[in-house]
Ligand binder design. Structure first.
Ligand SMILES: *Cc1c(COP(=O)(O)O)cnc(C)c1O
Length: 371
């Protein structure tokens, strides 16, 4: 039996390339706490992404929780229901109340036109997500934040390597956070980072991720243990060497899907995001009413054929039990997000996806209208 085709498979460099890194770790016995690979990876990421201040983390959720702590965000924070659940969970972990605002039907990101109506005296910040690596309307969001004196924290977990006309989209807002989880475009198995605007914020975040230690005998804050270890950092350094090639493969797969599915009634690909460098982290289709099957029926049909597509992001975060009693979680407040969550299907896309598997996916989607 051949193994299923998953929506993503992590790209792993040839094993022999890892060997020298492991030998160095075994030789120097430095396993964590700002080891040499940690320092090298932090700098390499800054260079690659074109940003100045990065703090590495054990995972993206800890990065997000810590960034909110570092900025002393309290009260209410405006965010999107159309994301991975960690976005809103990071608010609850800080005793912050999420206020869900609907998304834009074209970008699937927080709709800037709907943000202002949700701002109250309790609102302190906006937490948008560059969902699927598609950039938010950063200019509009910043102008709203400036008018109302709000902070902006971008959950950029999907946006590794994405650039707009001005450079990395990670430069927007007060901070951005990245995830290097196994399912993301760039992975260190588990891992994450905070991108800070200046050395002062980076320093504060670095204290907080290491129990609040400023030096051997000084603890300046009730920090957590969010540190990235040397093995993760070595994986990151290695992965970075292959990332451009991986991106190129993803772009080709994305193009194949767009071209092959273009004429199928009721299967809609979103327009390519408006940016100068994309990461093709996800390949999603919207299953519209003209298609003979519902989204869930298509999902099941693919599964029966050993293709494990995913319904990201269904259910909406706002429908989970710890959120659904919030006034902003009401479905009538979130019509676009609710409709999108019912139509979206993410198709397999990853470097090394074999042509016959790819063809099987598109043939199956097409066979429904031809039968
Ligand atoms: C993956 C993800 C996270 C969490 O990252 P982890 O590294 O898995 O902790 C946060 N936000 C979004 C949008 C994600 O997709």
């Amino acid at each position: 039996m051949i193994e299923p085709t998953y929506v993503t498979r992590p790209f792993l460099p040839p094993l022999e390339e890892l060997q020298p890194y492991l030998e160095r770790i075994w030789a120097n016995r430095l396993l964590t706490n700002k080891g040499p690979f940690h320092e090298e990876f932090e700098q390499a990421l800054c260079d690659y992404l074109g940003v100045e201040h990065i703090s590495l983390f054990a995972n993206g959720t800890l990065a997000l929780v810590t960034a909110l702590q570092a900025m002393r965000i309290t009260g209410d924070v405006i965010t999107t229901p159309y994301s991975f659940v960690a976005t809103a969970h990071s608010l609850l972990w800080n005793g912050i109340r999420p206020v869900f605002v609907d998304i834009d039907p074209e970008t699937l990101n927080l709709d800037p036109d709907k943000i202002e109506a949700a701002i109250t005296p309790q609102t302190t910040a906006i937490l948008p997500v560059h969902v699927y690596g598609r950039p938010c309307d950063t200019a509009r969001i910043q102008s709203i934040a400036d008018i109302y004196g709000l902070r902006v924290i971008y959950d950029a977990a999907h946006a590794f390597g994405v650039e707009d006309a001005g450079g990395s989209i990670l430069r927007h807002g007060d901070v951005s956070i990245l995830s290097f989880h196994a399912t993301k475009v760039f992975t260190t198995f588990e891992g994450g980072a905070v991108v800070s605007p200046d050395a002062k914020m980076k320093k504060r975040i670095d204290y907080l991720k290491n129990f609040g230690f400023a030096d051997e005998v000084t603890v300046v804050a009730p920090g957590i243990n969010g540190k990235m270890n040397e093995f993760q950092a070595a994986l990151g350094l290695l992965q970075l060497k292959h990332f451009d090639a991986a991106l190129k493969q993803r772009a080709e797969l994305d193009r194949y899907y767009r071209e092959t599915l273009a004429d199928i009634p009721g299967i809609r690909c979103l327009p390519l995001p408006d940016c100068s460098r994309r990461n093709y982290a996800y390949c999603l289709i919207m299953v519209e009413p003209e298609y003979p099957l519902s989204r869930d029926e298509l999902y099941t049909r693919l599964r029966q054929n050993n293709i494990f597509a995913r319904r990201y992001f269904y259910p909406l975060i706002s429908s989970f039990p710890m959120y659904r009693a919030l006034p902003s979680a009401n479905k009538s407040n979130l019509p676009v997000a609710s409709a999108s969550a019912d139509k979206v299907l993410c198709l397999p896309i990853y470097p090394g996806l074999e042509p016959d598997r790819l063809e099987k996916v598109t043939n199956l989607i097409r066979s429904v209208i031809e039968s």
